[in-house]
Design a protein around this ligand. Structure first.
Ligand code: 13P
Ligand code: SF4
Length: 324
């Protein structure tokens, strides 16, 4: 461990089971610089559960699923928020705490779901389904949120849909999330054809093969997976719900049918649980690195801005969600 500064050295203990010692010197200099820059700039780092462990466990102040990050962003008192996640998460933080500087380390960190629908699509859907409320997944642009009645995340979608007290809703843009929620509620759900490029790749055969290869494994799936995959799982829930499940049930062996970094991040706190690791990488989440988090703080980039007229309407849809 030569070359490690004392503060990075103390952090390595936490992640030593998921980051090989040989890789640590690559990270330690950036970690120390980021810890210093956070103090100098009065900044906090919010990191999604799909961020790599050296970000998630070593520099983040607040971690969680999309819902937790939105809630916590609202409460931040520091001057600067660095969002280690994808662009829609940074936009949501800016909507909820507009006086803060919100930085996203790479502007290219998008999301296939956010790219699958435009504000114009929603306006056309409203013409086709007059009076039917529009529930929009947070994995969308602020401009799309602005056309919506209320937002949801994978952690609260069922509660949001049922809170409206109507027989029918449009739930956009994730077709699979909409189908998975439709299976749990009496409310009729009209879906869109958007998919998460990470979760759509899992198949029921993948799950059956994992069960055959690893007898007794508990299978947890994200509800962005196709319904046939969720049907093969023992439990489906948001990234936070999967993490909580592992902490609560302490399965001997588990597979998280989701993005790869989840298992690393959860494994850090559960040394007695065996994690089976088939997973898919999110290329957008993986654009965020210690190097560009450091550069974001050093050069104040890339500041998220939202047209004020759009922001006012988008904020309403997110705030309605948080009130559910
Ligand atoms: P969660 O809200 O469950 O964290 O999911 C966000 C996401 O992008 C999953 O692909
Ligand atoms: Fe978007 Fe899927 Fe990546 Fe989540 S995992 S950010 S839904 S592309």
């Amino acid at each position: 461990m030569s070359g490690m500064t004392p503060s990075a050295a103390s952090l390595y203990d936490r992640v030593q089971r998921v980051i090989p010692a040989i890789e640590w010197p690559v990270f330690s200099d950036d970690i120390d610089a980021i810890l210093r820059l956070k103090r100098e700039r009065n900044a906090v780092i919010l990191a999604h559960n799909y961020q790599t462990p050296e970000i998630f466990h070593c520099v983040a102040d607040i971690v969680g699923d999309s819902l937790a990050l939105a809630r916590k962003a609202m409460e931040v008192e520091a001057d600067v928020i660095v969002l280690a996640g994808v662009h829609f998460m940074a936009e949501t933080a800016k909507l909820l705490n507009p006086s803060k500087t919100v930085l996203i380390p790479d502007m290219g960190a998008g999301c296939s779901l956010a790219d699958s629908i435009t504000p114009e699509d929603i306006r056309l859907l409203r013409q086709r389904y007059p009076g039917v409320p529009v529930v929009t997944y947070v994995n969308t642009s602020a401009a799309v949120k602005a056309e919506s009645d209320i937002c949801c995340t994978s952690g609260n979608a069922k509660a949001v849909v049922e809170s409206l007290g109507v027989p029918r809703v449009l739930m956009l843009p994730d077709e699979y999330l909409a189908q998975n929620i439709a299976a749990q509620t009496e409310v009729e759900i009209i879906a869109w054809k958007g998919h998460c490029e990470v979760h759509e790749r899992f198949t029921p055969e993948d799950i059956r093969e994992m069960r055959a290869a690893h007898p007794g494994v508990t299978v947890l799936a994200h509800p962005e997976c196709p319904p046939e995959v969720v049907a093969e799982a023992d439990f489906a829930g948001s990234t936070a719900a999967m993490s909580d499940y592992v902490g609560r049930e302490k399965p001997a062996r588990v597979v998280l049918v989701t993005e790869c970094s989840m298992s690393d991040n959860v494994a850090v706190d559960h040394p007695d649980v065996e994690f089976i690791r088939p997973c898919n990488l999110c290329p957008h989440m993986k654009l965020i690195t210690l190097g560009n988090i450091r550069a974001a703080l050093e050069h104040n980039r890339h500041a998220v801005t939202i047209d004020p007229a759009v922001a006012a309407r988008a904020r309403l849809a997110v705030e309605r969600m948080l009130a559910v």
